[in-house]
Design a protein around this ligand. Sequence first.
Ligand code: ZN
Length: 262
Amino acid sequence: MSLVTCPGILLRSHPYSESSRILRFLTPGHGIVSLVGRGVRKRGSQGKGAPDTFGRGTLVFSHRSDRDLHTLRDFTPRGAALGLGRDLRRFYGASVIAELLLVHTLEEEDATLFDWVSEVLDRLGTAPIEEIPGWTLSGAWRTLAQLGFPPELERCVQCAGPVGREQEGELDRFDVSAGGLRCPACSSGTALPRIGPVARTHLSGLVRGEPIHPLPHGSSHLNLLEGFALHHVAGRQGFRSIPILKELMEKEAPAGSDQERM
Ligand SMILES: [Zn+2]
């Protein structure tokens, strides 16, 4: 058993017993760790304070290499609480990123991913509200790419030919199961979602971690992300936060007839 001190972001916590919680933290050096926090069952109760979801700080935990569940010894929050609780879109945007991370059971060291998730949570907490869709989608796509699931946007997943050009009025289509774009020739007869050249450029930027503000067709982008993530990382498990966020975004900007072509 060794004592580990490292930065951590709380992705999720749930009750474990009368007086304990299971806390799942993203760390730069140990991937996602599951910790039992004894005496953190109730907020404001005696003993250690329960960290807030998406709270960041310094973790101290007892690590046992033969176990999946370790023991939280201490958590010191860093800085003021984020502004994620100010608006449901901010909170569910952060939840999308957390869900993608949690279905993947990351165990390896990945400081780049940790820094990226930290930055996205900062932005989701502080950016103007109209930038939330861009940060959510960019946060999610780059997280998937960093986990080893980048969508193929440079060449056709079927024939390896060029994509990103309109051919005889036909557009590329996004093939979720094949993991990327199909050129117009390989798309004929399919009902896959069409991706115009501008949407492809936007999607490439999102995957590189470059958000677009305002992001056109935000809820279509969420559909694409959901289909891709369900197929490649989550199996049949499903994501709770994506449909909620889609509803919140559609309420804001009622979807027109743009569902088919982005
Ligand atoms: Zn093709």
